[in-house]
Design a protein. Structure first.
Length: 97
């Protein structure tokens, strides 16, 4: 049973988004030494990771139908999951850490 390419691309982006959400929330809370409490840098790091995941999926699965395919299979799930994880960890940081 072969998994559809769209499912693979979305899965890769979702896993990367969860990891990115955790990393950027640590950056936003100032828990990474040397960076301090910096939401702007955390946002830029998230966008860089999103771009890197898009390039990785292009190399793994070849060029699909173009930007529209990547928008709905990669960008939208990544941004949604990233913001949800980022927001939850920032709001529950006093309880978690």
């Amino acid at each position: 049973m072969e998994i559809d390419t769209s499912v693979k691309i979305t899965s890769i982006h979702l896993v990367a988004a969860i990891i990115t959400g955790y990393i950027t929330s640590l950056m936003s809370l100032g828990m990474i030494p040397g960076i301090g409490q910096n939401q702007l840098v955390a946002g830029v790091i998230g966008i860089i990771i999103l771009y890197a995941m898009g390039q990785l999926c292009d190399r793994l699965f070849g060029k699909q139908e173009g930007f529209t395919k990547w928008l709905w299979d990669g960008i939208v799930p990544f941004i949604f999951a990233w913001f949800v994880v980022w927001t939850l960890i920032i709001n529950y940081a006093p309880v978690i850490f």
